[in-house]
Design a protein around this ligand. Structure first.
Ligand code: BV8
Ligand code: ZN
Length: 247
């Protein structure tokens, strides 16, 4: 018997959702799954690229060794994303920025679908697939202006090679991004963890910080994760079906 909204959410969550002002939402690949974006561990095909595990092709070491191969991987994913649209989960979270005075949206996703759904201040912990950064002058450029989507793009300012403006495994997160997210986590009353397998750090420590400072942590995921036992409430199912029911 499909759990109706009444059963899906506890009275506790209903009450807190109605009262809360400082709310943090942490999202992972699962929030974009219903838009057609393959997840990494949820059985999506992009876990492995040309026989290379995800953590290898998307690593600082790979960037050193073979920048053209890294670009091939990101050009391929950008091609996949071109036609994809936000889903009701992204749209619900975008509405929440007007519902809660203190909403903080923190994402591990580089797909830009939160912004496409109308979310304004998005803390992109792992960068964006739509930007490139010059390896010499550090200038950032919008890849939507890039005419060709193969090969290593050259910096519009100094002509040097550019790299994807994403955080690769073994690389530090963008300055301030994690600190800002951690500060929001430490002061939030309600923390939603949507569509993440919670294995990649330091992103996975955000809900831990929120819980440690008294927030009510709610996980939204069709599968259990290392966070499930740790969360105050687990909403089992697809984000695109569950989040709009919350309001
Ligand atoms: C760093 C951008 C330090 C690139 C990404 C502590 C312990 C262990 C390891 C480490 C540690 N600290 C650091 C590490 C190493 C590493 C790490 O965490 N490794 C893991 C694999 C163990 N971390 C790092 O390297 C980080 N950097 O630590 O630097 C440092 C210190 C000093 C000097 C130098 C450096 C950098 C990590 C960031 C890497 N970049 N992305 C790219 O995209 O190519 S990470 C990338 O993978 C994503 O951004 C995301 O973070 C992660 C994938 O996880 P999810 O998004 O959760 O996706 P996944 O597929 O796994 O799960 C999807 C979930 O959704 C599933 O649970 C599924 O059930 C659910 N789902 C499916 N459908 C739906 C759904 N949910 C809801 N609705 C649905 N419809
Ligand atoms: Zn440059």
């Amino acid at each position: 018997m499909q759990a109706g909204p009444k059963q899906l959410f506890s009275e506790e969550l209903r009450g807190r959702f109605g009262e809360a002002n400082r709310v943090l939402v942490l999202t992972g690949a699962g929030v974009s799954a219903e838009s057609g974006v393959p997840t990494f561990r949820g059985g999506g095909a992009t876990g492995v690229w040309k026989g290379l595990p995800f953590e290898v092709i998307s690593s600082a070491g790979m960037l050193e060794r073979d920048l053209p191969a890294v670009w091939e991987w990101f050009h391929y994913r950008r091609g996949l994303l071109e036609a994809l649209k936000p889903n009701p989960a992204h749209e619900a979270i975008a509405r929440w920025q007007d519902r809660f005075g203190g909403l903080a949206l923190v994402t591990q996703n580089i797909d830009g679908l939160h912004q496409a759904a109308g979310s304004r201040e998005v803390i992109e912990l792992h960068g964006s697939i739509w930007r490139a950064r010059c390896v010499d002058c550090g200038a950032r450029h919008n890849l939507r202006e890039l005419r060709s989507d193969n090969g290593v793009p050259a910096c519009f300012d100094c002509g040097s090679s550019m790299r994807p403006d994403v955080v690769l495994f073994g690389e530090m997160l963008p300055l301030g991004a994690f600190e800002q997210a951690a500060a929001k986590a430490a002061s939030c009353e309600l923390c939603f963890v949507v569509g993440t397998s919670a294995v990649v750090y330091p992103a996975a420590s955000i809900p831990e910080i929120a819980r440690a400072t008294g927030a009510y942590v709610v996980e939204v995921n069709p599968e259990r994760t290392p966070l499930s036992d740790f969360s105050d409430e687990v909403l089992t199912g697809n984000a695109g079906e569950i989040l709009p029911l919350l309001g």
